[in-house]
Design a protein. Sequence first.
Length: 114
Amino acid sequence: QVHLVESGGGLVQPGGSLRLSCAASGTIASINVMGWYRQAPGKQRGLVALISSGGGTNYADSVKGRFTISRDNAKNTVYLQMNSLKPEDTAVYYCRLTGGSGYWGQGTQVTVSS
C-alpha cells in the first residue's frame, strides 16, 4: 500500500506562484511515474504534469512554460512549481503515483483570485 500526502495549496493572486509537494510512503516500485492532476468544479479531472523515476516529463499544453514538475527520488517526493498563475488554474490538485498499481492523494485546493 502507498500513501500520498500533498501540501502547498492555497490562495494566490493572478500572476503569482505556488509550489505543491507530494510525499509518498509505503511499498513503492522503483520504476514509477508520479504526477499531478487537477479538477475544477463541474469539470473532469485532467492531467497537469507527469515525471518518471528516470526524469522524463510530460505537461498539459495549458501549463507548458508556466509549471515545472520535479522529483526527489531519495525522498519519494514530487513537486509542482506553478508560476504565472491564472484564474483558470483554480482547482483541486491531486497527486498520483503509478507503479504496479495506481494511487491518489487526497487533493489540495489551489485558488487563483484577486
